[in-house]
Write a protein that binds this ligand. Structure first.
Ligand code: SAM
Length: 470
């Protein structure tokens, strides 16, 4: 029996409930009365259950799909405005003791050079990232208790936050490392991490165990309950995700939403973000070996449905996706993207993109300046804001701000100010020109006059050289 309050992974995301959901969805995929009811509920922007959302996923009536897309676009506009938060991954170490069959870092792969950044090298990478204009990082590492123990990760975080280079510092470090203990999560919280991100990879337990045949990651329950331990350790911003392509997308979608329901039911706050990575070609990996790959249309539909099912949760798309795909899904609900990414250890210090040790092929290879320019050309505001987390607005405090609709008076000015900093300090001439015009126009979209005037004043001060308003 599905009980979202259960702390047991197999119970809260039960195989039986997912199969039953898929059966229910299949039986109702042409039930227009029910579909209309579900879409009407989604319009209230309070979310959908995994069962309701799965019916919409199964539905293939073109007019209904168009309605879903239009609604996703509307909800995105209402909750996120036109802001897109920017970040970059930073790979610390590709040492790994796991046997994940889809990941080139797996223990048995002897082709890739194993590398772990020293703290001096971390500093060099961070300076290279700061020189691009990044303020928010997601650190990545393989799982290896000897080479990458928690102390190493903590030292890296400390180093990253300590580097004051030219115009400021990295202001938020999100962490994507393997499932760990409550004690270690507590240490990460004390080190002031932003979001703890862990992809489930797949919610299908049997497949999970085959895809992770060896190493600590083989333990499905330990992996699936990681977010509960993270929250017990005090981390209240957690990021979910599945690696699309490993299992049936309908199965993963239901599992993902059940996981979100579980976090909300047990901890009072749902996931801060959901990532939607798709499997990519990589060294020693043949993506064709995974026969559950999804095409761009299904990918877009999944993004739109996540947007209307969990309206307050940020959605992340990485440079695994091409410019064309990113363009489509940003409109449908994605709120955070990476730019100028290198997915190899030490990659940011290299002039030329190193391909031999990349974790996966990067589809969007443009520079951060090009990505920022492109976003603004489409009318979006690239945001380098990290204010919520630094002001302690995490977990349910962030969610209530979001739900109160006050985000326009809070996030909009912060986005404009951090964009202004970017334009002053890092952007090309052309990007600056478009950006200045965008800021002037967007200033008028701040609803409260008082907030608008403060923002205008801060923008002038940034022009004069002052940075990092808090
Ligand atoms: N080692 C950590 C763990 O086990 O969760 C996380 C870090 S790993 C560098 C980040 C993510 O990359 C993995 O969770 C996986 O979903 C993704 N990944 C691995 N191989 C991939 C591939 N071939 N294509 C796309 N994404 C991949």
């Amino acid at each position: 029996m599905y009980d979202p309050k259960s702390l047991k992974a197999e119970e809260f995301i039960s195989h039986e409930e997912i199969l039953d959901t898929l059966d229910y969805a299949e039986r109702n995929k042409s039930n227009t009365e029910l579909i209309d009811q579900i879409i009407a509920k989604a319009r209230l922007a309070k979310g959908l259950t995994h069962r309701e959302a799965s019916v919409l996923l199964a539905c293939d009536i073109p007019e209904k799909i168009q309605e879903i897309y239009d609604l996703a676009e509307q909800i995105k506009k209402d909750f996120y405005g036109s802001r897109i938060v920017m970040f970059a991954p930073l790979y610390l170490s590709n040492y790994c003791v796991n046997g994940c069959t889809y990941c080139p870092y797996h223990l048995k792969n002897k082709h890739i050079a194993r590398k772990k950044l020293t703290l001096d090298e971390v500093e060099k990478e961070v300076i290279a990232l700061q020189d691009m204009g990044h303020k928010r990082l997601a650190i990545e590492a393989g799982e290896d208790p000897v080479n990458n123990p928690i102390e190493y990760i903590l030292d890296c975080i400390k180093t990253i936050y300590s580097i004051k280079h030219k115009n400021g510092a990295i202001r938020r470090v999100n962490i994507n490392i393997a499932a760990t203990t409550v004690e270690n999560y507590r240490k990460l919280k004390e080190a002031e991490i932003g979001t703890y991100i862990l992809f489930q990879e797949t919610y299908h337990k049997e497949s999970y165990e085959k895809l992770h045949p060896t190493g600590p990651k083989h333990n499905y329950a330990y992996h699936t309950e990681a977010m509960d331990r993270a929250m017990e350790g005090g981390i209240d911003d957690v990021g979910l995700g599945v690696l699309f392509g490993l299992e049936l997308y309908q199965y993963e979608f239901a599992g993902l939403l059940m996981h979100a329901e579980h976090l909300e039911a047990v901890h009072g706050v749902g996931p801060h973000t959901i990532s939607v990575p798709r499997i990519k070609r990589a060294d020693d990996i043949d993506p064709n070996a995974f026969d559950n790959g999804i095409d761009d249309e299904i990918f877009a539909k999944l993004c739109a449905l996540i947007r209307i099912s969990v309206p307050y949760t940020g959605m992340i798309v990485s440079t695994r996706e091409s410019q064309k795909v990113r363009e489509k899904v940003i409109r449908l609900g994605v709120s955070q993207i990476s730019g100028g990414s290198r997915t190899s250890v030490g990659g940011y210090q290299e002039e030329i993109r190193p391909t031999d040790t990349e974790q996966f092929d990067v589809s969007d290879q443009r520079s951060l300046d090009e990505v920022v320019h492109w976003l603004m050309d489409m009318g979006y505001i690239p945001s380098f804001c990290t204010a919520c987390y630094r002001e302690g607005r995490t977990g349910d405090r962030f969610m209530s701000l979001c739900k109160s609709g006050q985000i326009q008076n809070c996030c909009q000015p912060n986005a404009l100010m951090t964009l202004k900093e970017y334009l002053m300090d890092y952007a090309s001439e052309d990007t600056t020109k478009i950006g200045e015009a965008l800021i002037a126009a967007e200033l008028n979209h701040i609803p409260k006059e008082k907030v608008r005037l403060i923002c205008k004043d801060h923008l002038e001060k940034i022009e004069q050289g002052i940075r990092d308003f808090r």
